[in-house]
Design a binder for this molecule. Sequence first.
Ligand SMILES: [Zn+2]
Length: 160
Amino acid sequence: MLKIVKYPNPILKKKSEEIHHDDKSLRSLIPQMIEAMKKNQGVGLAAPQIGISKKIIVITEGEEAHAFLNPRIVKQSKEKERDEEGCLSLPGLFVGVLRSKQVEVTAETLNGQKIKIKARDLAARIFQHEIDHIEGKLIIHRISPLAQWKLRNQLKNLAK
Ligand SMILES: [Zn+2]
């Protein structure tokens, strides 16, 4: 069972590297990431959260889970919405994060196919959250300095 990397592990702040779809490690890694996400009741998981600095994310959609390689946001709506988010790497912490309501994401599938996904509402939020991870950003980097300051004790406890 993969262990989830928690804040303040520096890997979470690193930019991930591109992954090639025929990288042999993916065959065991993807099922393990999906299992770890489900066991921890997450709706998405990015490779840095299991200690691997590669551009791989998994996302749930209802009962199904999907993997995306090298995902990138190519378009995002000006219309934004604030909603509460949590993160498996920041256990117990929930913050309101402003995100675009709609995004277009390009990615590659496990067989190397280039795809474009249009996501809205919760799905758009999950994509933005997970793509942030592979760019080295966490939800605490998406909030105001005041909101960060209010979380200072919780963050200190997580860093213990
Ligand atoms: Zn997260």
